[in-house]
Design a protein around this ligand. Structure first.
Ligand code: HMG
Length: 437
């Protein structure tokens, strides 16, 4: 295989796990502790695990892979991804190979603003309460920021307050009008849940005084729609037909556009389309120790923001270029949480070569867009099962003892027979070695 630095190492998947780690070590500048983790599989210790959760009885593992070929905002990235699902890494790496030919994926990231909600009930005069809360904005923000001087020091902190009035929905709604305060907090490189929850809880008594109401919930919102990432990509359509996909490049691009519009129109298709996007994003988030449930719920709530659940991404064929775009909230952190305590997360950040939450959000969104392209291209051409089957047959062929040179003929024969079991692979291999099929 050709050895190249950066994220483009053709045939990486054909190496053994040890060879992959060796290559990574030589070319990524990975340091001692991270390398030890990968080489020796020095797992999360029971002691650390026991400090993370309650009633701990052990740890749970997933395969960790590397997504190849990704170029995000002009920088090559090797992306660690944890998943149990076959074909995610292969599809993603393949799509990233197309995308890098069209200048890669570019992203924009908004400020890392999280929302803390304070629910207030039984407010006697909603209009007067709103005026009093907004007039006290400066003092309330100062009170919130006094709780987290370190966050303010690094450029973050509570930035603003908003009031929302939620009337009852119909005659049988058991709860009267709610007065909801949104506290907007710039959480910098943290995911932000702790900082936001602490601030929301701190402001509650003062908000009760100002509104004359009764506070109930004080908690962040996972619909982090002030913390958005947009990933964009352009693929020359001619590339899409390569490697035996049915149809010419423009046909395939048209198929991807039709698949995209299906998901934009129909919630049944949008749910599956978005699941494909999250296949990639969740894998990155898990590998990097992020709260993927928070991102999942935010992504799906954002997909339904118009009142109807829709696709998070869209693809359009214009002339000889296919354009893709994905936008979603991504509340991730590179400080706090388990970032400092989990060896796999430290190794993951070192492999990515990043420090900030914004960089992590950009890479996760780029992975989501590339993963989406992989799935749509397969769905719009040969279908998803053929690729799955090729990967499976390849694994069976290797288990049967085939060399890289013997694999193509063995795979072809197994596919012709419609068989993918080990016994058949062994007997076909034996027959190939004797000169027959
Ligand atoms: P292929 O044409 O056999 O691949 O495709 P190739 O031999 O031409 O190799 C091209 C590149 O693909 C390689 O290039 C690798 O990057 C990668 P290189 O970088 O080496 O120069 N690649 C692999 N990487 C790792 N391990 C492998 C491997 N094989 C190729 N074994 C492939 C085979 C599976 C990639 C193709 O059929 C494909 O893209 N299928 C789609 C897979 C996919 O998207 N899976 C996602 C999970 S399913 C899902 O998302 C749910 C869904 O419901 C979502 C939705 O409905 O929208 C579908």
């Amino acid at each position: 295989m050709t050895k190249e630095p950066k994220s483009r190492w053709p045939g990486f998947f054909k190496l053994s796990v040890e060879e992959r780690i060796g290559l990574l070590a030589r070319h990524s500048g990975l340091g001692g502790a991270e390398l030890t983790f990968l080489k020796d599989q020095e797992h999360l210790s029971r002691r650390t695990a026991n400090h993370m959760i309650e009633n701990c009885i052990g740890t749970f593992e997933l395969p960790l892979g590397l997504a190849m070929n990704l170029r995000v905002d002009g920088v090559d990235r090797l992306v660690p991804l944890a998943t149990e699902e076959p074909s995610v890494l292969a599809g993603l790496s393949k799509a990233a190979r197309f995308l890098r030919r069209g200048a890669g994926i570019t992203t924009t990231v908004t400020s890392p603003l999280m929302i803390g909600q304070v629910q207030i009930l039984d407010v006697p005069d909603l209009g007067a309460a709103r005026t009093r809360v907004l007039e006290a904005r400066r003092a309330l923000l100062e009170e919130a920021n006094a709780l987290d001087p370190r966050l303010v020091e690094v450029g973050g902190g509570a930035q603003d307050l908003e009031v929302r009035i939620l009337p009852p929905e119909g005659d049988d709604d058991p709860v009267g009008t709610m007065f909801v305060v949104h506290l907007l907090v710039d959480v910098r490189d943290a995911m932000g849940a702790n900082a936001v929850n602490t601030m929301a809880e701190q402001l509650a008594p003062r908000l009760e005084e100002l509104t004359g109401g009764r506070v109930r919930l004080r908690i962040l919102s996972n619909l982090a729609d002030r913390r958005l990432v947009t990933a964009r990509a352009r693929v020359p359509v001619d590339l899409l037909a390569s490697n035996g996909a049915s149809g010419t490049g423009p046909d395939v691009a048209l198929g991807i556009q039709e698949a995209s519009v299906f998901a934009e129109r129909d919630p049944y298709r949008a749910a599956t389309h978005n699941k494909g996007i999250m296949n990639g994003i969740d894998g990155v988030l898990i590998a990097l120790g992020q709260d993927w449930r928070a991102v999942e719920s935010g992504a799906h709530a954002y997909a339904a923001r118009s009142g109807r659940y829709r696709a998070l991404s869209s693809w359009r064929a214009r002339g000889d270029v296919l354009h893709g775009e994905l936008e979603l909230p991504l509340a991730v952190g590179t400080v706090g949480g388990i970032v400092d305590s989990h060896p796999a997360v430290r190794a993951g950040l070192a492999i990515l070569g990043i420090k900030t939450a914004a960089e992590l959000a950009s890479i996760a969104a780029a992975v989501g867009l590339a993963q989406n392209l992989a799935a749509l291209r397969a769905l719009a051409t040969e279908g998803i099962q053929r690729g799955h089957m090729r990967l499976h047959v390849r694994k069976v062929g290797l288990s049967a003892g085939a060399t890289e040179e013997e694999l193509p003929a063995l795979i072809e024969e197994l596919q012709r027979l419609g068989r993918a079991d080990l016994d058949t692979a062994r007997s076909v291999l034996a027959s190939l070695r004797q000169g027959g099929a």
